[in-house]
Design a protein around this ligand. Structure first.
Ligand SMILES: NC(=O)c1ccc[n+]([C@@H]2O[C@H](COP(=O)([O-])OP(=O)(O)OC[C@H]3O[C@@H](n4cnc5c(N)ncnc54)[C@H](O)[C@@H]3O)[C@@H](O)[C@H]2O)c1
Length: 263
């Protein structure tokens, strides 16, 4: 029987990379995303859903915003009605500032947009899904864990960028959210992890593509290539595995070794 994984922001990019990998490994997929599947300028969204089906998964796609309580609640209700239980939650939906501004100029609007998405959306989506997981029957003698929650963090949790402070503090806060949920849910059999991407080739990094391509060519990254959504998908799949059970509240850098300090 297939398990069920929720991936927020799963229409494209890293979220879709994780959704596809989980679809290939026995999960049905539920996606909450602000994007419209019928957007004529983005045929790739529908093509991506077809790829989930081709991998053998059923999918449920709901257009909605993780920052909005009504959207979260109607989505989780729809997922449970459709698939019965939720096994995995991937809090991937995230945004960068629409305009990068020096922190002495950053607006409250941009702060609310980024922190609201990364932190508030993750906080309350996790609360809703964790409470649903706790209602589901679980026999610790037979199943090593009840559920897995993955937060998609960022190297920006610890690396300063003074022209996108709202993103840095949001991802830094996400690190503690991972810690607190891991602490709260460990005894309940729900393991909570953070995956920390480096530079991954997606829509989000289009604006800095040239810069990072140059840095990679100059040897700044020990594994000298762009990261891909598939790289994140593969690690997410491993973390969801029942063998990955005596670990919670940690982060894993998925960054080609970019975090390594060198002399
Ligand atoms: N690309 C990178 O190099 C990189 C590096 C570090 C961390 N990340 C993180 O990875 C995650 C995915 O980013 P990506 O690179 O795939 O970017 P992306 O822009 O391609 O994907 C983000 C997805 O989230 C959706 N989304 C945004 N806000 C939402 C909301 N409030 N509710 C529902 N859906 C929402 C978007 O519509 C989109 O489908 C983000 O959390 C991002 O911060 C990315």
């Amino acid at each position: 029987m297939r398990k069920t994984a929720i991936v927020t922001g799963g229409s494209r990019g890293i979220g879709f990379g994780i959704a596809l990998e989980l679809a290939k490994h026995g999960y049905n997929i539920a996606i909450l995303d602000v994007n419209d599947l019928e957007d004529p300028s983005r045929p790739d969204y529908k093509e991506n859903m077809a790829k989930l089906e081709a991998a053998g998964a059923e999918y449920l796609y709901q257009k909605g915003d993780t920052r909005t309580a009504a959207d979260r609640e109607s989505f989780v209700k729809a997922v449970v009605e459709r698939f019965g239980e939720i096994d995995v939650l991937v809090n991937n939906a995230g945004v960068a500032p629409k305009i990068r501004l020096d922190m002495l100029e950053t607006t409250e609007e941009s702060f609310d947009f980024v922190v609201g998405t990364v932190l508030k959306g993750t906080m309350f989506m996790t609360q809703l899904v964790a409470n649903q997981m706790l209602k589901q029957p679980w026999d610790p003698e037979k199943e090593p864990k009840r559920g897995t929650i993955i937060n998609i963090g960022s190297a920006s949790a610890t690396v300063s960028s003074t022209n996108r402070v709202e993103y840095c503090v949001a991802k830094s806060g996400l690190m503690m959210l991972t810690t607190c949920y891991a602490d709260r849910l460990a005894a309940e059999g729900i393991m909570v992890h953070e995956l920390r991407p480096g530079v991954i080739d997606t829509d989000m990094t289009k604006v800095v593509h040239e810069k990072y391509t140059r840095l990679i060519a100059e040897g700044q990254f020990p594994i000298a290539r762009w990261g891909t959504p598939e790289d994140l998908g593969k690690v997410a799949r491993l973390v969801c595995d029942d063998d990955f059970v005596y670990t919670t509240g940690n982060y894993i850098d998925v960054d080609g070794g970019f975090h390594i300090r060198r002399l």
